[in-house]
Structure formats: structure tokens, C-alpha cells
Design a protein around this ligand. Structure first.
Ligand SMILES: *Cc1c(COP(=O)(O)O)cnc(C)c1O
Length: 392
């Protein structure tokens, strides 16, 4: 019978990660123009909600991703909330979302007064499963004059929010197909997948609108920050308006035409972001090299597999993930203990959303795949700093 040798796995992760005494899960690196741009920003006195770096950051993002508009904002959670509002999600409606995601995805739905409706994940991509999505809509979806209703709760289903887990694209073709069949807008939670692409198209360009995060642990950081991406000119105008207090432009008058938010990204943060974005290609190249190292170091070890990018995808490998074989799922916690003990920061997946007190009574379909995955996921050190910069 195959055995599960924790010491051997820890040694292999160590071999893939390198020698430092303590390796965090994901640390930022400021090896570019960060200090120069921050000083320039301070000297300009425009450190807050107005300034050149914000529009520079937005246009750098839009052109890197290949989208018409990028609107910077205060964080990824706020970006998601505004995306939902912009596609028409309202109070007492439902939004379909995976249960295997970070809390921000579900919370943003609560912020607009709507209810998350959890659908299962696919075991290869760790993202929303289009087949489970289709089955679920078949079971509870009811076409009515006002849109799609959940026949069980009577509430309107207003949107679908797939998330590209740990930087791997979800089965987005299938998800878009089902969404199209039901006439539901897709909001991509692309917080973890800046720089990821699927069939040559960037994550964040598939839905009607997408949200990014630039939190300190993401592939590119602004300290804290987020962005909204869309090709839709009118939607872009509206989200910019919503995130900037819905103020009507005027030389001196204070006039606002709806309840907007102060969700602006400060110029200081955008200055950091411009310097970070300049390094994105290098970060991705190094992160893909780390993944390759791990893949080689862990090859053939009994009891685990390394999560690799799906077919047709180019993942940013934001986090590197071990998946323990089902028969050794009870070894997850001992493995987490051993890795952390060895100075290799390791973390499980997030507790599933439908198991959290606030979301336990939300509607959901079968979630056996998410439950099985959650019990077996271990994330390991993944900072770009683990690899030297490419020569030249
Ligand atoms: C990081 C993250 C967010 C947004 O996080 P902020 O900290 O608010 O920027 C949203 N969804 C997912 C899946 C994330 O990983």
C-alpha cells in the first residue's frame, strides 16, 4: 500500500522553495521604481484622491490586460461590490458564486443586500463548475418576465460570479455558455489572476465586468487597492462615478446624483502600483519557474499531486497548491503543522462559505466536490522572491 511520508514531502517542498530560514506564503517585492514614484508623488503634494498616478495606473492596467477601461479603487472587495451594483444586482436578489472562495466574494454580495447562492467547483481548475452550474439552474431556475427566478425562494437570480482560484482560470467557456443560455451577467472575481490567460485572452476580460485586488499578498500590490475592468463604455463611466461619490463634474459646485462611495484609490497607492505593474511580466515569469521547480521536486511522491495550470491556460501561479490524495485527507493538518514547523509557511484553503455562520442558511446545490477539495488543499510558499530575476 502506498504510504504518506510527511518528512519526504516537507523535504521536497524545501527543495522546490529554496534555503531561507523562513519563507512566507506570499511576500511583495519592491525592486523597481517604487521609491522614485512615491517620492515624486509626495513632492507633488497630490497624495490623496486626485493625481496623475491614478490615471497612469488605470491606463497601464487596461493596456496590459487588453480591456477598454480599468477603474482603480480602494480594494478588491469594494471593486466587487460596485461591479455587482453596476450589472444590476439589487437587494433581496441572489448571486451565484462558488463556496470555495475567499470571504470577500460572498461579502460583496451581502453589501448590496443580496444573498449568495453557492454552486460547486470543478476538481481540475478549482473554479466554478459549468456542469454543476447548468444542473443547478435547471433544478431551481424559472424564466419569468422579470428575469430568472429561484423557484424555491422566489428571489430573482441576478448574476454569476466565477473566481479564478489561486491564479488558475476557471472553465470560463462553459460558464459563459450557461450564463448566456440563461441571460445572466457574469462578474469575474479576478482578484487572484492578474496576468493569467486562457486561450490567449486575459482573466478579467471574459465577463461583463471584473474585479482585481492589489492587496499586499497579491501578485502586484498597491498596499491596498483594487480595480474594475470592462469593455463597456457606459458601465465604465458608471463605476467611476459610483466609486467617486457620484459627483457631477463642475468647476466648483457640489452636486451628486446618487448614493455613491468614497472608494477611490489614493494617488500614493497608485504610484506604488505603477512601479509594481512595470514588473508584472518578471513576477509571472519567476512564479511560473517556482511552479516548475515544485512540480519537479514533488514528482512521483506518493499521496499528493501538485496543482498545475489547466489545458489552454497560462496561469500566474499566484499560489502553489498541493492536493493530497483522498485516502490521505486526514494527513492535511499534520502536513500543515510539519511545513510551518520547518519554516515553510503553509495554509489550507478557506473555510467553505456555506459552512460559515453568516452564510450557512444560503441556498446551495450539491457541494461535495468543494467539500472534498477543501479537506485536501495545502498552499505552499509562492513569492516571486523565491527565484532570482532572469538574466538579461
Ligand atoms: C484578495 C481577494 C479579493 C479582494 O480582496 P481585497 O483584500 O479587498 O483587495 C476578492 N476575492 C478573492 C478571491 C481574493 O483572493
Amino acid at each position: 500500500m502506498a504510504s504518506f511520508d510527511i518528512e519526504q514531502i516537507v523535504a521536497a517542498v524545501r527543495a522546490g522553495a529554496g534555503k531561507a530560514d523562513y519563507l512566507p506564503l506570499h511576500e511583495p517585492e519592491f525592486g523597481g521604481n517604487e521609491k522614485a514614484y512615491l517620492l515624486e508623488c509626495i513632492d507633488s503634494t497630490f497624495v490623496s484622491s486626485v493625481g496623475q498616478f491614478v490615471s497612469r495606473f488605470e491606463s497601464m492596467l487596461a493596456s496590459r490586460i487588453g480591456v477598454r477601461h480599468a477603474v482603480a479603487c480602494v480594494n478588491g472587495t469594494a471593486a466587487l461590490q460596485v461591479c455587482l451594483q453596476a450589472v444590476g444586482v439589487r437587494r433581496d436578489e441572489e448571486v451565484i458564486v462558488p463556496s470555495l472562495t475567499f470571504i470577500a466574494t460572498a461579502n460583496s454580495i451581502s453589501y448590496v443586500g443580496a444573498t449568495p447562492h453557492f454552486v460547486d467547483c470543478d476538481p481540475l481548475t478549482l473554479g466554478l463548475d459549468p456542469e454543476r452550474l447548468a444542473e443547478r439552474l435547471q433544478t431551481i431556475g424559472e424564466r419569468s418576465s422579470g428575469g430568472i427566478r429561484n423557484a424555491k425562494t422566489g428571489r430573482r437570480i441576478a448574476a454569476i460570479v466565477p473566481m479564478h482560484t489561486f491564479g488558475h482560470p476557471a472553465k470560463i467557456d462553459g460558464i459563459l455558455k450557461v450564463a448566456g443560455d440563461w441571460g445572466l451577467p457574469v462578474v469575474e472575481d479576478a482578484a487572484e489572476s492578474l496576468g493569467t490567460s486562457y486561450r490567449g485572452k486575459a482573466a478579467g476580460t471574459f465577463g461583463r465586468v471584473a474585479a482585481l485586488s492589489f492587496n499586499g499578498n497579491k501578485i502586484v500590490t498597491t498596499g491596498g487597492g483594487g480595480a474594475i475592468l470592462t469593455d463597456d463604455d457606459e458601465l465604465a463611466r458608471h463605476v467611476k462615478h459610483l466609486t467617486t461619490t457620484a459627483k457631477i463634474p463642475h468647476r466648483w459646485a457640489f452636486d451628486h446624483d446618487e448614493v455613491g462611495y468614497n472608494y477611490r484609490m489614493p494617488n500614493l497607492n497608485a504610484a506604488l502600483g505603477c512601479a509594481q505593474l512595470e514588473q508584472l511580466e518578471g513576477f509571472i515569469e519567476r512564479k511560473r519557474r517556482i511552479a516548475k521547480h515544485y512540480q519537479q521536486a514533488l514528482a512521483g511522491l506518493p499521496g499528493i499531486r501538485f496543482v498545475v495550470e489547466p489545458e489552454h491556460a497560462r496561469s500566474n501561479y499566484w499560489l502553489n497548491t498541493l492536493l493530497i490524495d483522498p485516502e490521505f485527507a486526514d494527513q492535511r493538518d499534520p502536513l500543515l503543522d510539519a511545513l510551518n514547523e520547518a519554516g515553510l509557511m503553509a495554509r489550507p484553503a478557506w473555510k467553505l462559505m456555506h459552512r460559515l455562520r453568516m452564510y450557512a442558511s444560503c441556498p446551495h446545490g450539491l457541494l461535495d466536490v468543494s467539500e472534498d477539495l477543501e479537506a485536501r488543499i495545502v498552499n505552499i510558499p509562492s513569492s516571486a522572491t523565491l527565484m532570482p530575476k532572469a538574466a538579461g
